[in-house]
Design a protein around this ligand. Structure first.
Ligand SMILES: C[S@@+](CC[C@H](N)C(=O)[O-])C[C@H]1O[C@@H](n2cnc3c(N)ncnc32)[C@H](O)[C@@H]1O
Length: 273
């Protein structure tokens, strides 16, 4: 299993990074996420995926950004599911995320996790399909896989760490397909600031291994692209630093959150339609 995980490259590799960061955080005594499924998945993949623990360890300082993002999305998702126990959930670019095991998912919910075929294949081995939960291997930019998702229920669409890897036209088309298909729903996603995309373009390919394309400051443009979408809330995950149990990281994140470009490097958005 460890070698298979190590074969992921390019943007698919990022799924291993976020899984690893959630697992590392979940192993600490005062974990925020308590994501046992992530920790178990990393153990099954061989600890550091055979990638050389240094590369993974270097990213470990970022774990709270990934964890605070996941936690906020969990809170929004839990709120939606409590109000819509018959919902369809579609996690776009789900990677190796184990949100369904962190939430109290009502039994009537149908849950679909969508990612590129290689990630989906690894995902099914770690988190096998079960009743009401399915992994679909496809690009979110394709249209055919949507036919596998029932359209006659409220939808919760979550794109965590995905849209920045798409081109603007692809983001627009994806959102159009979502609102064309469903009568009502909630869309949760994160977006990076334009300077993050500019920096990612300058990094040598060996370091980034993938390209970021779409950036947004406040996501107002979504309402212009798609008049059905209403912007409800926005949160900078870094500003949620008070819940970090480690004093060192709490202070570090507090300082970073005082610098607006850093606080706003990543923002979470909740839209309804
Ligand atoms: C940073 S990871 C985030 C994974 C997961 N959402 C998480 O938070 O752990 C980005 C994910 O987006 C997926 N991805 C990128 N482009 C995609 C596309 N066109 N269609 C489906 N998934 C895509 C990658 O394979 C990867 O799993």
């Amino acid at each position: 299993m460890g070698e298979r995980g190590a074969e992921l490259s390019g943007v698919e590799w990022t799924a291993l990074v976020t899984l690893y960061l959630r697992a590392v955080e979940s192993r600490s005594k005062e974990s925020i996420l308590k994501d046992r499924a992530a920790s178990e998945a990393v153990r099954r993949l061989g600890g550091d995926f055979g990638l050389g623990s240094l590369k993974m360890r270097l990213t470990a300082g970022d774990r709270y950004l990934v964890v605070l993002r996941a936690r906020q999305l969990d809170l929004w998702a839990a709120d939606f599911l409590a109000r819509h126990p018959d919902a369809v959930v579609v996690q776009l670019g789900c990677g190796l995320d184990s949100r369904a095991s962190r939430l109290d998912v009502p039994p009537g919910v149908l849950w679909f996790d969508v990612d590129l075929p290689e990630v989906a294949e690894l995902r099914r081995r770690l988190f096998p399909d079960r009743e009401g939960h399915r992994t679909i291997g496809a690009s979110v930019t394709e249209s055919r896989w949507w036919e596998e998702v029932p359209w006659d229920r409220p939808v919760l669409a979550i794109a965590e760490g995905l849209l920045m890897y798409l081109e603007e036209q692809e983001v627009r088309r994806l959102l159009e397909r979502l609102t064309d298909r469903f009568t009502t729903g909630t869309l949760l996603f994160d977006g990076v600031a334009p300077w993050v995309v500019r920096i990612s373009e300058r990094l040598p390919r060996a370091y980034r291994g993938f390209g970021m394309h779409w950036a947004t400051r406040n996501a107002w443009e979504l309402e212009q692209w798609n008049p059905r979408l209403r912007r409800i809330e926005e949160v900078a995950p870094l500003a949620r630093y008070p819940v970090i149990p480690s004093r060192f990281y709490r202070c570090l994140y507090r300082v970073l959150s005082l610098i607006p470009p850093l606080r706003n490097e990543l923002k979470l958005f909740r839209f309804e339609f």
